[in-house]
Design a protein around this ligand. Structure first.
Ligand code: AMP
Length: 144
């Protein structure tokens, strides 16, 4: 299926709707998921248009994964998480609901269950606090 530029993440990239931004590079934008499955749940999206992983330019995927690694390390540090989960859905049958490629980054603790996918909206103030913690961790991130 073709890429539809009216999707909500394309609107965020064009500045047509707001997002709580965490990190931006030449190739990607990272912002808070508004229905977080755990505190600190962010989404990394490429600036280039693709519906999902399956139609993405491999060079864009490579650049995106470098930023995913950076943000995942910062999320883990910011929340003192025991682990970090990456999730990426391709097409409706697999659970995709927004059709612009995105990687979920979710901090995890062994004994804390995730909230449901597409569950409750978080309060903007809470998302703002979480974003600030991740931005601080990014600024302090040691080299790999
Ligand atoms: P999926 O396509 O299934 O990977 O899910 C899309 C994700 O985007 C869900 O986790 C939603 O909570 C999240 N989401 C939807 N709209 C927005 C938005 N305007 N800003 C931030 N996150 C969003």
């Amino acid at each position: 299926m073709a890429y539809d530029p009216s999707n909500i993440f394309a609107k965020i990239l064009r500045g047509e709707i707001p997002a709580i931004k965490v990190y931006e590079s030449a190739q990607t934008l990272t912002f808070m998921d508004i229905m977080p499955r755990a505190d600190g749940h962010v989404l990394v999206i490429p600036k280039a248009a693709s519906r999902n992983l399956l139609d993405a330019d491999p060079a864009i995927l490579g650049a995106m994964m470098a930023d995913v690694q950076k943000v995942a390390r910062a999320v883990k540090a910011a929340f003192a998480a025991e682990g970090v989960m990456l999730v990426q859905y391709n097409e409706t049958a697999a659970g995709q609901t927004v059709f612009h490629l995105h990687m979920h980054i979710i901090p995890r603790f062994a004994d804390v269950a995730l909230r449901p996918h597409g569950g409750a909206m978080a309060k903007p103030e809470a998302l703002g606090e979480h974003a600030a913690k991740i931005r601080k961790a990014l600024a302090e991130l040691p080299e790999v």
